[in-house]
Design a protein around this ligand. Structure first.
Ligand code: HEM
Length: 421
């Protein structure tokens, strides 16, 4: 309903969308990832975080940056590259935060008390090296090119924050969580390393698969599409490792809630990465591009896969960090079901809407006619959004209550003495 907020530009879809995307990418996933790594890296290294004050500084810097992002993006101040809309000052703050995180975690690993680097550390180290580089390349503050070159570089960045940051940290977290939650050792260290180098090799050149419907050089499109198919190799090494580690442990998802989030995430990862190469091929992309199908895929990856694994990490780490149990297991269950069912509804409605839309484009039906057909799908998508947001409020409430409710220690009740008559 674009006219609903007529004359209030701050509430117009493009402004809201820009803030939504940055809040998800940097506010939610990146900050959550950094929080999880601040716990996981010292745990794996059997040492303390190198500098807590530097960690706190990063936290304040990124939160202040998010306030700035809200004020600027909502008013339409943008650098105009997708996922890289932030202005120059905010970009510099993100970079300072990223370098601080990388330095802090590298130094923690340097000071480790164990010799072997567990596979999650490989993934974290790689991500912390790649993300700052990719971020610099992606921001017009640092690299501004004219015309189509800008689109190519923009999607090199856009794709590699997905592949060399959200994916690699998320997979590293899965490798940390699954053995701990199931009590089973990781199925294969060798396979996990093959996955690591496979991602490093095949992710970087795939960015152009986002713009195969634009006049960028054909050879670049070909490289991007072929690498997209080859991505199946690292994806299946990761998934084989997960599913084999889960062997004999599936029943645990009934009772173990962090494990339930982690397993759901790996299922969604499977679907994301089967869908990805399929839609990267030329003709399928020609049919599906510029439709809600792609929006469905994007949410499958960032909401389905990586938000679920981050939430699992949250539920696993917080009691260990604070020494307090979760306030309510019932609220965790409610969070899971609202987010899971809400997401399924969102994915289904977006995917079907995308197919209706592409049929409309390709049969030459005027937009104002097929757009009416999408109304029921928007309706279900709105319901799904309400479910997911409600789930997140429940999550936030549970976090708050777990942190601030005084823990009641119940004294053991003395057994009544037996009275001999
Ligand atoms: C084998 C793995 C994957 C392949 C081959 C793949 C392929 C693609 C392709 C071809 C598109 C563009 C569709 C279009 O615009 O026509 C796309 C979009 C997208 N993908 Fe993937 N994908 C994969 C996995 C992932 C993962 C793991 C993530 C998240 C970390 C992800 C996040 C996204 C997002 C956010 C978009 C939407 C970008 C936009 O705003 O236009 N994908 N993917």
């Amino acid at each position: 309903m674009p006219d609903l907020v007529h004359n209030v530009p701050q509430l117009a879809m493009p402004h809201l969308r820009m803030f939504h995307v940055n809040a998800v990418a940097i506010g939610w996933l990146s900050m959550g990832y950094v929080g999880a790594m601040f716990h996981m890296v010292p745990t794996l290294c059997k040492t303390k975080l190198w500098s807590e004050s530097l960690g706190n500084f990063t936290m304040w810097a990124w939160n202040v940056m998010m306030v700035g992002a809200f004020c600027t993006l909502i008013n339409g101040n943008t650098e105009g590259r997708e996922y890289a809309e932030l202005g120059a000052v905010l970009d510099v703050i993100v970079m300072i935060g990223l370098i601080a995180v990388a330095w802090n975690l590298y130094m923690t690993i340097v000071n480790r008390r164990v010799k072997k680097l567990y596979v999650s550390l490989w993934y974290f180290l790689g991500s912390l090296f790649w993300f700052p580089l990719v971020y610099i390349i992606g921001q017009r503050t640092f690299v501004a090119l004219p015309g189509l070159n800008d689109a190519i570089i923009g999607w090199f960045y856009g794709h590699n924050i997905l592949g060399m940051w959200f994916t690699t940290v998320g997979v590293g977290m899965m490798y940390f969580l699954l053995p701990r939650l199931t009590g089973a050792p990781l199925y294969s260290h060798g396979l996990s390393m093959l996955g690591f180098w496979g991602i490093a090799l095949f992710y970087a050149p795939t960015g152009t698969h986002h713009i195969t419907q634009s006049p960028v050089p054909e050879w670049l499109k070909a490289i991007a599409i072929i690498s997209s198919i080859f991505l199946l190799v690292p994806v299946f090494t990761v998934l084989t490792n997960f599913f084999m580690t889960m062997k004999g442990k599936w029943g645990m998802v009934v009772t173990d809630l962090p494990l339930r989030f982690a397993v759901t995430s790996s299922m969604f990862y499977l679907v994301t990465c089967v869908q990805g190469p399929f839609q990267a091929t030329r003709w399928i992309n020609w049919y599906l591009h510029f439709t809600q199908w792609v929006v469905g895929h994007a949410h499958l990856a960032l909401l389905g896969t990586f938000s679920f694994i981050l939430t699992s990490a949250f539920y696993y780490c917080m009691p260990r960090l604070t020494g307090r149990p979760w306030h309510s297991q019932g609220l965790i269950r409610a969070h899971y079901w609202l987010k899971f069912l809400g997401f399924l509804l969102m994915m289904t409605s977006l995917t079907i809407a995308g197919l209706v839309q592409s049929a409309g484009w390709h049969h030459g039906v005027p937009v104002d006619q097929w757009v009416i057909e999408l109304v029921p799908y928007w309706f279900f998508r709105a319901i799904s959004g309400i479910m997911i947001v409600t789930g997140q409020f429940i999550f936030a409430y549970n976090v708050y209550k777990s942190l601030y409710t005084p823990v009641v220690v119940v004294a053991p009740v003395a057994k009544p003495r037996e009275v001999k008559v």
